[in-house]
Design a protein around this ligand. Structure first.
Ligand SMILES: [Zn+2]
Length: 427
């Protein structure tokens, strides 16, 4: 009996080994609560058909996760939540890879590197921003940007780089001046490019591409709106040069930033970018069969909801009529009135403004901040988009997965359990 039990255990662990993924791609939509994935579904649906096509978020959906931080506030920030997702441990808002007592924690990326995996981080924010930082660095405060950036260079495993592929924003922190951090990394062997057009010049790891001083432009304002797929494609190409497994974190960083600005068209463009990259990973997982792809969000932002003020409708068509961020539109109408204002608005917004609305914008022509929130109100009112806050909220976030061991992510989990599951898979 005992022998039979021993045999069963041995077989079970052998089959667990056989089913373990070779590679892991972990997607984090910053701020992407469930209202964002719902909105995106209606946003991309063909409005002439009364059904909606499932999106990549729907196809991969496995469950949901709670996001609360270590304290009793329930509402997390990106640092505490990314620390939970990266290390499997709850911490305080602002914490980067440290626990509630400010002690350092090793992330899944560090553990993957220790186990001989290739590693990478991709973000549309600066790469030393809270989410990617929590996978790479330890800092008591997310605001210690320079200290976090330095750790991309100073944290080494067996004398080798911790992160093999680094793609995103943040040139400011990785300068190519003499003694600049970027120069030090190049001297150490990193290939380093600073434009999307130069991505093909990255031919081997370690490699980094930083495409903006700080964060990248919003997708809705960018010449290259599908920047995450471009970066992901490059990372996969570089990883495939070697047979070692890889762990890659991909963050859609600015879904959150559009959410803070209560800018629905901006958020949908970020979702389009994030979805395209997730689709690329889904296709990769299907093609290779050995790659686990997981997506989730760190929290939701803005208290976004579809339908507001008693109206039983949400109008994606209105959202599509706005083709720049409200931040850029607001700058474009600074100081304008009359025909000049009408013309400037028409450049980026296809719906007509009423006389009252134009008059209200004119009266705030030199009050940038109030005028911004008036633009938000006009778009929200027409599209019936609801927002409850300019900050984060505590609603649970979606979790999806495809590939080996994707059933680990089915059902409800707390965010630290997602981190713990990933750590189990790289150990
Ligand atoms: Zn945020």
């Amino acid at each position: 009996m005992l022998r039979a039990l021993g045999l069963t255990c041995a077989l079970a662990s052998m089959s667990a080994m056989a089913d373990a993924p070779k590679n892991i791609i972990f997607f984090i939509g910053d701020g992407m609560g469930p209202a964002y994935t719902s909105a995106y579904r209606y946003y991309v649906a063909d409005s002439d058909v009364d059904r909606v096509t499932p999106t990549v978020f729907d196809r991969l959906l496995a469950g949901s996760a709670s996001t609360f931080p270590h304290d009793d506030t329930v509402v997390t920030d990106s640092a505490a939540s990314a620390t939970a997702l990266a290390t499997g441990v709850k911490s305080y808002n602002g914490a980067i890879g440290v626990d509630a007592d400010k002690g350092p924690l090793d992330s899944v990326l560090v553990k993957a590197k220790q186990a001989g995996w290739q590693t990478g981080v991709i973000s549309t924010s600066q790469v030393n921003h809270a989410t990617p930082a929590s996978f790479v660095a330890h800092a008591q405060s997310r605001k210690d940007y320079q200290e976090i950036a330095e750790q991309f260079y100073s944290r080494r495993i067996d004398g080798k780089p911790l992160v093999d592929v680094i793609l995103g924003g943040g040139q400011k922190y990785f300068s190519l001046e003499e003694q600049g951090l970027g120069s030090k990394m190049v001297d150490w062997g990193y290939q380093y490019v600073r434009s999307f057009d130069a991505l093909p010049e990255l031919t081997q790891t370690p490699a980094m591409g930083l495409f903006a001083d700080v964060g990248l432009d919003y997708a809705i304002d960018a010449e290259q709106p599908l920047r995450l797929s471009k970066m992901l494609d490059t990372a996969l190409r570089l990883f495939e040069n070697k047979s070692d497994p890889f762990f890659l974190m991909v963050e859609g960083s600015q879904i959150d930033w559009c959410g803070h600005g209560n800018d629905i068209a901006c958020a949908m463009a970020e979702m389009t970018d994030f979805a395209a990259a997730l689709e690329l990973a889904e296709a990769y997982a299907k093609r290779h069969g050995d790659t686990l792809v997981v997506y989730t969000a760190d929290h939701s932002t803005g208290g976004l909801t579809l339908g507001n003020k008693g109206n039983y409708r949400w109008d994606a068509k209105v959202v599509k009529q706005v083709d720049a961020s409200l931040m850029v539109i607001n700058e474009s109408i600074e100081g304008l009135s009359g025909d000049a204002l009408t013309k400037a608005l028409a450049k980026n917004i296809a719906f007509e403004f009423s006389d009252n609305e134009r008059f209200a914008l004119e009266s705030l022509k030199n009050h940038s901040d109030s005028r911004y929130w008036l633009l938000v109100e006009f778009v929200s009112r027409r599209s019936h988009t609801g927002w409850t806050t300019k900050g984060h909220d505590a609603i649970d976030v979606p979790v999806g997965a495809i590939g080996p061991m994707s059933d680990k992510f089915v059902g409800y989990h707390d965010n630290i359990e997602l981190g713990q599951s990933l750590i189990d898979l790289v150990n």
